[in-house]
Design a protein around this ligand. Structure first.
Ligand SMILES: O=P(O)(O)OC[C@H]1O[C@H](OP(=O)(O)OP(=O)(O)O)[C@H](O)[C@@H]1O
Ligand SMILES: O=c1cc[nH]c(=O)[nH]1
Ligand SMILES: [Mg+2]
Length: 209
């Protein structure tokens, strides 16, 4: 089974409280989602392989480290995943960005794919699939199915708020995918929303409430 990491750093917890608050408006919500994504990118990239590189400091020649190996692509699940892209790119600026459009049917909670546009070399890249919310897990599972069908092999899933139901479903469907979340919440309500959660992440990011 791949890794499940709950990133409960105090800075992340503080920022999560801001976006959970229903009185936080679109502007601040969007800014803070990106700030959390930036902090998460730091930890998600911890196992990036390094290689030796010889440089010259102002004093001597020296062998130092640089990032090696697999390149990265960030894959937001539209719409809400878009809110995490800029924060991640702040720390991994050379990453390419692919998009998977997925909405959840309001009655059945089943994911519906409506758009896929990916870098041509996803087979050679480590993919960071980002979406603020992991609720039933249906959208994440379908997005990762779609990426694997197109040849992706190394995938991490990064979210802000996860329900236990979604974690379990994603681990069962894709046991090779590491999951990083800023919070493990209590449960889903009867409408498939995460409790305590933060509401509809896409609507809060884009002001479409
Ligand atoms: O784990 P699940 O039960 O699939 O739910 C999570 C999905 O629901 C939300 O997207 P939504 O369908 O609201 O689309 P949006 O991002 O366009 O708002 C969220 O951003 C996830 O993609
Ligand atoms: O709580 C939830 C569940 C699914 N999608 C959201 O945006 N929020
Ligand atoms: Mg939504």
């Amino acid at each position: 089974m791949a890794k499940l990491e709950v990133m409960d750093h105090p800075l992340i917890q503080h920022k999560l409280t801001i976006i959970r608050d229903k009185n936080t408006g679109t502007k601040v919500f969007r800014e803070v989602v990106n700030e959390i994504a930036r902090l998460m990118a730091y930890e998600v990239s911890r196992d990036m392989p390094l290689q030796d590189v010889e440089i010259e400091t102002p004093l001597v020649k020296s062998v130092q480290k640089e990032i090696a190996g697999k390149k990265v692509a960030i894959i937001p699940i539209l719409r809400a995943g878009l809110g995490m892209v800029d924060g991640m790119l702040d720390l991994i600026p050379a990453a390419k960005v692919g998009h998977v459009g997925m909405y959840r049917d309001h009655e059945t909670f089943e994911p519906v794919e409506y758009f896929v546009k990916l870098p041509s070399d996803i087979k050679e890249r480590q993919l960071l699939v980002v979406d603020p919310m992991l609720a039933t897990g249906g959208s994440a599972i379908a997005a990762i199915d779609s990426l694997k069908k197109r040849g992706a092999t190394i995938i991490k899933f990064v979210c802000l708020v996860a329900a236990p139901e979604g974690i379990k479903a994603l681990q069962e469907a894709h046991p090779d995918v590491d999951i990083y979340t800023a919070s493990l919440d209590e449960k889903l309500n009867e409408n498939g929303y995460i409790l305590p959660g933060l509401g509809d992440a896409g609507d809060r990011l884009f002001g479409t409430l």
